[in-house]
Design a protein around this ligand. Sequence first.
Ligand code: ATP
Length: 592
Amino acid sequence: MKKNQKLHVRETLVIYGRHVLKYRTSAIVLILVILGAAGASMIPPLVVQRMIDEFAKIDGVNSGFWFAFKRILELLGYWIIAWTLWRISGFLATGIQPRIRTDLERTALDALQRQSHRFFTDEFTGALVRRVRGFANAYIDIAESILWRFVPLVVELSFIFVIFVRLHILFLPALIIWFALMVAKSIFFARRRSVLDLERAAKDSKVTGVLSDVITNNLNVKLFTATQHERENFFNVTEERQVVALQTWRFGERVLVLQNIISAAFMLTMLGILAWLWSRNVVGLGIFAAAVLYFNRLNRSMDDVGNAMRRIYEALAEAAEMTEIILLRPEVQNKRGAKELRISKAKIEFQNVSFIYSDGREALDSFDLVINSKEKVALVGPSGAGKSTVTKLLLRFYDVTSGTISIDGQRVHEVTQDSLHRTISFVPQEPLLFHRSLRDNIGYGCQNATEEEIITAAKKSYCHEFISELSNGYDTLVGERGIKLSGGERQRVAIARAILKDAPILVLDEATSSLDSESESLIQDALRVLMKDKTVIVIAHRLSTIIQMDRIIVMEKGKVVDMGTHEELMKKVGIYQKLWNIQAGGFRTSIV
Ligand code: ATP
């Protein structure tokens, strides 16, 4: 959680409310049944009162067993009505709560998917997963607290107010003072508790983030023998969370003590007034029994509500982080009335493009480049020259700081992002795959591709052979992020996916890691198929690719410093020649 994080109570409740509205009829019926159940539960003490008053006046021997037993049956009748209504409310709740929870998870995923690239570079995957779950679970906690604690409490309070104030007006000030104290306590509790809960949620997110980072980097942890270091790091973050959690619980317990003191004073006052009224012959004995039953119930309900408040605040803090994302305007958005990108030639133009990352690092400085239809250019340059940034801006992962980028004369920030992304196939340096079957991963490039099309793409990208050798063939699951495949296989699957997508523009960030020569040549062949008839930008790391290109763009410090074919550039003494000599040296060594 970030600094100045708010609880977003209103916003979270509005979002939840909108989701409940979808099931408004069932929700209204549910609340009515709960009101009925709570009302029915308040009647037995009145029957007890009547029984005691009647029994005090008559003689049991004369009235007989059945006189008393009828009263008992009446009492049981009300209990059965109340229990039945409570059970019905339980069944009704199970009919809507899981649905609302699922809808909320979907809303949360939609909100995440709307976010731009930068958002995901700034957040931990594990923490985001936790937020989605927390948001939906928090709804259940809040809704259950309201339904089973607050709604019945309203009924109980109304009953008690009416019964006692009708009995004597003296009860009114006592009830009002008690109620005011309870509300004041709740406000005090809420204020302090919200701060603690937000802090606890933030620490909890941190724990999840560290945990998911360690699990993702488990190989590094092993290779760098850092198990002990990670254990200590985890110990520290969990310790921080524990300190806040303890503070929160202790605070809750102290508030419950305060609440019990108020309740004791309340009972003493109310029963004291009753005793005074009895001494003046205004009330009978029965009301004492009813009052004890009512006040006990009220105290239990107030305890429950105290706990429910605690749950609600924890839940609101849990939900706040996701609510914030739902409210967050995505950094990159479609312009109002943005049109679909129409491709005729797939000509790309960067005009005077400058870009500064949010941390102030200038990645591109007045970058100019025109890439003609079906031209294949390679971007080369030292690390940090801005090559990847060029491709990220073309894909509109970020908006340029100044200048324009256009495709076939249409500016990328004026067309819809979906149409832009449909037009460009991007094969990243380390392609990530879904933990799904190879068929699903290849078919991801074209959601309604037939089996034949998938196999054809796999053949063109030289995947078919290795896939056929697997016992489950195209049904083989590739592991999280494709971890069960070799680097070369993963690349070829990514190329197959791009072949199926068949977009007119191809952006390729070549893998820097050296592959064995067989894998390398298979990938080169697959790329040749992929690049055919497309406008191509390659962030080139391999000599073989560079030589094949129509034009090589040499970049340094965010600018184009030279361009030409391999032969032309080799004739000049400059960065390219220097890079080439270094790479060629490495290349020769690697194939010796
Ligand atoms: P390499 O060949 O090492 O991949 P590159 O030429 O592709 O490098 P870029 O990745 O475009 O270089 O980075 C250009 C500059 O922008 C670098 O100084 C880099 O540190 C910075 N940079 C890249 N990504 C980010 C980011 N997400 N946030 C902040 N700065 C970034």
